[in-house]
Design a protein around this ligand. Structure first.
Ligand SMILES: *Cc1c(COP(=O)(O)O)cnc(C)c1O
Length: 454
């Protein structure tokens, strides 16, 4: 009898998040103030984040222990299962072994609740009663609305307009947990009104929605704080619970990955699955390969320069050294809304620059094709974002078949696609376009990268 699932005993649940900053092999670039261009100090961030999260953001501690109240909420759905994809392997006729960490079984349907819970909690203990945020495809807004309900807090969500229109059920889902949902750019903020005046037909972007949510926090005089669903160090760190569990589960399977794969928008789920294995690679001199999979329509890691840039369109956030397509870049409205972000987490960018991780860019049709194959074999419909990881894993498994090698592949299934069925239907009708990013929007975006003297 073969084992499909490696369920970790909750008693063996890792009790700390992993911070990769102290382990980076080369010095990391400081985050800079958006106006003075000097390294940020905690006070710079205090209008939008509580001090305990700012401390985590800037921490040089290798491990941060998970508070009991957070662990209690994690235990409602964690540890998540690690599954061996025997049936997918058979469908591919590959000698490769494929494992995936299944983050689609969380209450929010994605990995994002791994950070929304601690973010709500750390705000709550500092007396914050209300959070504002952005959401792309709706996954982050969903996760934060659930976390806010858990800790009895208010939640205001700016949702990128194209997703707001494509995914009507997301709004109702968030409202069920008491959140307020506004299509972005909106008329409720100064930055939103300005963007709309300049570009009335815009489909919106994560960069714009972030500006709106940050403005709400800044203007609240402290009663509202801002929560971000990816990119920042503390967010990537909270997600390492995925990789820490997976390490123990791979041990249970008596196996170890040759390749670790995650899809990459802002970089948090990739960081979550990959960073604990990167630590092992450093400590034990392993030659594990890491692949971040991004869309061809928003090719941050594969086509962007490594440079300082803002995290948002309105230039309200600090400057982060990252790969970026420019804070004014508006990606085409592909279905993987969660991957439509111009930049990427500083730590992920750093590891790419140092050639410790690799990146690939994929068109949406092959990703949906791979997701359909995965769904039929494994019985789970991947989120279109996760489809990029699925497709990359399948490509690696096919390479192993050609080479006749038995590779061990691990990928993160970051979420399910139950709210993305219209995208699947459009794909099955042959209705998706594989847009090659046009040079004009790319150069327009790149031109917005500020010239920072280091
Ligand atoms: C948000 C999201 C992503 C992309 O965000 P990262 O921060 O790069 O992880 C990927 N998959 C799903 C299901 C998402 O909701």
């Amino acid at each position: 009898m073969r084992s499909y699932i490696y369920n970790l005993d909750p008693k063996k649940m890792p009790d700390a998040w992993y911070n990769i900053l102290p382990d980076l092999p080369t010095p990391h670039a400081p985050v800079l103030h958006p106006v003075t261009h000097k390294p940020v100090v905690p006070e710079d961030l205090s209008p939008i984040f509580p001090m305990n999260l700012i401390e985590q953001e800037m921490s040089s501690e290798r491990y941060i222990s998970i508070p009991g109240e957070v662990m209690d909420r994690y235990l409602m759905f964690r540890p998540s299962p690690l599954r061996r994809a025997y049936r997918l392997e058979e469908a591919l006729q590959t000698p490769a072994k494929i494992y995936y960490k299944n983050e689609s079984v969380t209450p929010s349907g994605s990995h994002k609740i791994n950070t929304s819970i601690p973010q709500a909690y750390f705000n709550k203990v500092e007396g914050v009663k209300s959070l504002s945020t952005e959401t792309g495809a709706g996954q982050w807004g969903t996760a934060l609305s659930i976390a806010c309900a858990m800790f009895d807090m208010e939640c205001k969500v700016y949702m990128v307009r194209v997703s707001f229109d494509q995914k009507p059920y997301r709004k109702g889902f968030m409202e069920t947990f008491g959140a307020t949902v506004i299509a972005s750019p909106s008329d409720t903020t100064e930055v939103g009104r300005q963007i709309r005046a300049e570009n009335p037909d815009t489909s919106g972007s994560l960069g714009m929605a972030i500006s709106e949510a940050v403005e709400v926090a800044v203007k609240s005089g402290g009663s509202v704080k801002y929560a971000l669903g990816s990119v920042l160090n503390h967010v990537c760190m909270h997600q390492t619970i995925i990789g820490e569990e997976a390490l123990l589960q791979m041990e249970m399977a008596d196996d170890y990955p040759d390749v670790v794969i995650g899809c990459c928008g802002g970089g948090s789920n990739f960081a979550g699955i990959a960073f604990p294995f990167v630590r092992e690679k450093f400590n034990k001199n392993l030659d594990t390969k890491f692949i971040a999979a991004e869309p061809t329509a928003c090719p941050t890691l594969t086509k962007g320069p490594y440079a300082y840039d803002f995290g948002d369109t309105g230039k309200l956030t600090p400057l982060i050294k990252q790969y970026t397509l420019g804070h004014n870049f508006v990606p085409p409205g592909i279905h993987a809304g969660g991957l439509r972000y111009h930049g990427v987490a500083a730590t992920v960018a750093h590891l790419k620059k140092d050639n410790i991780i690799e990146a690939v860019a994929l068109h949406q049709n092959p990703c949906f094709n791979a997701s359909l194959m995965f769904a039929k074999a494994e019985g789970i419909i991947p989120a279109p974002e996760s489809g990029h990881a699925v497709c990359t894993a399948i490509n690696e498994a096919l390479k192993a078949r050609e080479a006749g090698e038995s590779k061990t592949i691990l990928f993160n299934l970051s979420g399910h696609g139950h709210f993305d069925i219209t995208a699947y239907e459009a794909y099955m009708r042959g209705g998706l376009q594989d847009l090659e990013l046009d040079d004009e929007s790319l150069s327009k975006g790149l031109a917005s990268i500020p010239d920072i003297q280091e």
